[in-house]
Design a protein around this ligand. Sequence first.
Ligand SMILES: Nc1ncnc2c1ncn2[C@@H]1O[C@H](COP(=O)(O)OP(=O)(O)O)[C@@H](O)[C@H]1O
Ligand SMILES: [Mg+2]
Length: 335
Amino acid sequence: MNDSLEIRHLYKTFGQTEVLKDIDVSINEGSFTCILGPSGSGKTTLLMILAGLEEASDGEIFYHGENLTDLPLEKRRVGIVFQHYALFPNLTVRENILFGVKNNLTAKEKDEKLARLLDLTHLAGLENRYPAELSGGQQQRVAIARALAINPRFLLLDEPLSALDPANRSRIGRELREIQKKAGVTCVMVTHDRTEALALSDYLIILNNGRIEQAGAPAEIYDRPKSAFVATFAGGMNLIEMAGINEGQLTGIRFADVGVAQATESALSRPFTFTGELVAQEFAGDFVSAHFLLNDFKTHITALVARTNPVADEMKTGALYAVSLPRERWCVWSK
Ligand SMILES: Nc1ncnc2c1ncn2[C@@H]1O[C@H](COP(=O)(O)OP(=O)(O)O)[C@@H](O)[C@H]1O
Ligand SMILES: [Mg+2]
């Protein structure tokens, strides 16, 4: 059995408000799991309960069969990394990393541990600097090294990349992933950024309003979303809410499945083809991301127009095009 972390029927109530409802999920040893959801969906609360910083109202947490539910933070031995690095500004990199390490280690053992962690996080040579003398990415790596120094059962990260500048985020995300793989540690990371979650995780938990909407491999969630919420939140999906189309159900179509052509009479006579005004477009290399307002004046449709489509090179914002939503590509969910 590969499940290392098991969360069983977890609930959390603050006063009258149920913030987590029946969270029930298993996480594999050595995996990188992302908890993705909108602001207020309960992500941080779930992480705090896993850390032992917050108590569950009901439910249990197991690690390899051992019940952790009532273990306090100091006995739980989990590594925690927050959005703001929370390094001690008056301590060096070395002192920050070894801060939580037990005093029963000899000086030599501590040095060995430090060297291993500096190597793992590519911080060798910086051990005598203070946090203010490091870049944001380096500070975050110190925070990760400090969290790993206690040999945690698992590592918990709450939006660890969101304070970094956007240009460095994806690189630092990849570094984090590489450190996690090398250390072989089970990681649970909270994020509200779907691109980050899809790119980094091998298991994705979508949280909405305190409930798990769907959990699975990122490709599975992207390709086979179980609900319209997951589909639109994981991205790449338009919702079609038009009179005469599957009323009583929710219908979606992927950005990549929308057809775009010149607004000729023959193009517009095809089934489920509408006149759409191009309201915005973004060049994205092999395709153009095009945003249309259909002639019902309320349906917004995004299409990925391949550069190989003859229409791609001459699209003008404000002009009208034939936008088709082929029926065989619809995704349908019950409301
Ligand atoms: N200590 C608390 N007391 C009362 N309500 C809280 C507390 N912590 C969080 N909440 C509420 O729980 C909900 C989920 O919060 P949180 O877990 O921080 O969400 P997220 O991290 O997904 O943005 C929010 O509605 C928030 O206001
Ligand atoms: Mg949060």
